[in-house]
Structure formats: structure tokens, C-alpha cells
Design a protein around this ligand. Sequence first.
Ligand code: ADE
Ligand code: ZN
Length: 330
Amino acid sequence: MHVPKAELHLHIEGTLEPDLAFALAARNGVELPYADTEELRRAYLFEDLQSFLDLYYGLMAVLHTEADFEELADAYLARAAQQGVRHAEIFFDPQAHTARGVGIGTVIEGLGRALDRSVERHGVSTRLIMCFLRDESAESALATLDAAKPYLHRITGIGLDSAEVGHPPVKFREVYEAAAALGLRRVAHAGEEGPPEYITEALDVLGVERIDHGLRCVEDPVLVERLVRDRVPLTLCPLSNVRLRAVDVLESHPLPAMLSAGLMCTVNSDDPAYFGGYVGDTFHAVHEALGLGPEQLRELARNSFLASFLEDDEGLRERYLAEVAAYEFD
Ligand code: ADE
Ligand code: ZN
């Protein structure tokens, strides 16, 4: 679905398509534990978040050089443009690469090369959000922030991802305070598999401006009231929720009820190479499975630009919002 939209919840490593993974494996002399792309695709049957993460981190072994990261990001931006994405705020997981001996500068400069040409090549404006792995230590997150200091001109904000349960937001208080002092914007995954309390804690302790996922807020009416009142954006990822079994089937996703409750919802693709669709496909899927009509789809698109970190270019945000308002659904 081509309505103009911003993508706010997208892990660049989650856009690694099987074809590119095998091409990079050949180029870098990496042996993959799958015979071919078909066998790899057959492994994409996940039980939960952890079973996905195991495969996701494993496949990153093919990413080595700046050129690899540039190619990964450029391929995503080309696909995103075809799906109506006009602006993308892209997550990356530096610790998943530095742990394998790939320098943080290689990752950021490689991604940055693709992002620098994105407007001209694909018509997609971009921002970069550096995520910390919450199942690693707080010290490791602080060291990662420190290592990123030479590249802060490329980074708009920080996020928190990976295995959620057992790793509450409060563990990362210090690194979020340090990032805020550096002028970085703050988001965090919360309420994907973890309880609603993690959403509250991400807001109160980490000072986040958006909640990534936030799905489990629906279990706590007081929290929903707060999120509605404060217009806290939620970057929902319905196809991811189905594949990682947070919901049984797309038809039972609470998105329509969340919109009706007045929550500021956006829809996003999370890890599109693994979860069966990019964000235009996701809009189409929620239209088909949940019966969302033009006005709700327009609201989702509008919310995506309102929730994006475009404070440094309000003119661009206004142009995007005007495009959403003028879009004709067929
Ligand atoms: N890293 C990549 N995708 C993720 C997700 N859905 N939740 C947590 N961490 C992730
Ligand atoms: Zn995510």
C-alpha cells in the first residue's frame, strides 16, 4: 500500500534477505549452516522472540565491511521507497557486530554511506537510532555509547532491543541519562513480550519519547489512559507480533481497539526479511485482516510523521503531512 508513510521501527539487520546473506557469505568466505536460501527460509518458523534472535544474530556473521553495511541499507531503502516510505528512522545493533570483531566505525560509516545518498537515490529521508542489547550488561551499553562518540553527527537517538523479559528498562538508566546529556533522542522496546510495567518504567526512568511495540499496554487501563493523554507514540509491528507469537493470528491483533481507545499508534515492519513483509505490505495486511479503512490507514500514516524525529526539519514534516492528507486510497 503506497500511502506516504514514515517507518519508525526497523532493524537494519532485520532487512537481510536470504539472497543478500548468501552473496555476502560468498564474498566474505563465511560458511553458513544452511545449504541454500530455501533451507534458510524454512528455518523462519519462530516460537518466540528468543528463537528469532538466535537466527537473526547468527546470520549477521556475513556482515563484515563498510561496503556490506552500505549494500544492506541501500537495498532496504530501495524496497522501502517502493512501499511508500518517505522517511525512515533506522535501528542498528552495534554490539552484535563489535562482539564479532567488526568495528563500530565500519558499521556506522557503512550505513552512513547509504543514508547519505538516500534522498537523492530513493527519495527517502533518514535518521539513525543506535540500539543497545538489553541482554548485555549496562557497562557494555555505556562502553558502546562511548565508542560511538566520534560518530554522533550521524546518530539521532538511542534505543533498547533484544531479549526483553528479565531485562527491565531500569538496568539502562545510566546510559540513557548519558545519551540525553549528549542531546540524543530516546526510544526503547517495551511491552513486546515484557509486562506493561516495563512501558511505565521506560517512560519514567529512561525518559523515552516513543515506545517500540508497547503491545501489552492493553493489559493496563491506567497505563492506556496515560499513553492516550500524553500522546505517547507506539511503534507497533503487527506482522512481527504474529511471527513471534505475541498474538495468535493477525485477525486478533488489538490494533483496531488501540486506535479506538485513542492511542497514538503507528505500524512498522520490525524485521521485514524475517516476518513476511515490508511496511507497505503491513498496511495492506492490517487493511485486509483487521478491516481498517481509509480513515484509519490515513491516521496511521499521519501518526508516523507526527511521531518521527523531524524537529530539525519541520518544513519537511509539513510536506509529508500534506502528502498524506492529499493521498487517495483506491
Ligand atoms: N531485535 C530485532 N528485532 C527485535 C524485536 N522484535 N524485539 C526485540 N529486539 C529485536
Ligand atoms: Zn524491534
